[in-house]
Design a protein around this ligand. Sequence first.
Ligand SMILES: Nc1ncnc2c1ncn2[C@@H]1O[C@H](COP(=O)(O)OP(=O)(O)OP(=O)(O)O)[C@@H](O)[C@H]1O
Ligand SMILES: [Mg+2]
Length: 229
Amino acid sequence: MNREFLTINDVYKGFGEGDNRVEILKGVNLNLTNGEFVMMLGPSGSGKSTILHLIAGLTPVDRGQIEVCGVNVQKCSTNKILELRRRTIGYVFQDFRLLQGLTALENVMVPLYAVGRSRSVAKKRAEELLELMELSHRMHHSPRKLSGGEQQRVGIARALANEPKIILADEPTGNLDQRLSDGIIKMLSTLPQKMEVSILMVTHNQQLTKYATRIVGLTDGQIEVQSNV
Ligand SMILES: Nc1ncnc2c1ncn2[C@@H]1O[C@H](COP(=O)(O)OP(=O)(O)OP(=O)(O)O)[C@@H](O)[C@H]1O
Ligand SMILES: [Mg+2]
């Protein structure tokens, strides 16, 4: 059965005041259902990262509505937004953002501690996820000692820690070469079948779009469907 994990309804967002005011999003509509891997393309500065920030409740919309698993992000309390970010949304960053003082395993355990899991439960779950990412042999390494591709796979394991419904990935392979990017995105594309998760990924890399179930474009502040694969 198709379940709606994300609904963006007629969203507007601009920045600045008076003469410096710029309208970035001008009526964005987008849905994400269970099992989808949606890729978003669009020129630099078109507002792709802004859309991800709005979904995660990191910045408020000017107008319109965003629902994450039926919860209206704009109307919920700060605590509820934190809860969504901890449990329902997993974020993957271009620059990985791993904690350098911790091992790969500990990095994946952090979000599990944040929702109150015990050390043993967190460790078991983190080990399973790193195994899924084919990183069993790197669990006790510091991120510093991992390659870029390995670091991003730790980042993905961390994003999956609390069984999120939505993964938001902002140019996750922007710092990696084509071969590594392809491998990581191919792996990412298998997740919606393996677990109850959908992915919204921003990319500039046209060669990765073959892994999407749907491709959308952000142009002039609006989303247009480019293709249904
Ligand atoms: N907090 C902010 N204050 C002011 N302007 C902002 C803010 N955040 C984003 N912007 C502006 O909004 C526009 C869209 O930014 P955004 O980062 O969403 O673009 P993008 O599509 O992700 O671009 P890129 O592909 O380069 O990452 C840019 O012109 C940016 O300068
Ligand atoms: Mg961006």
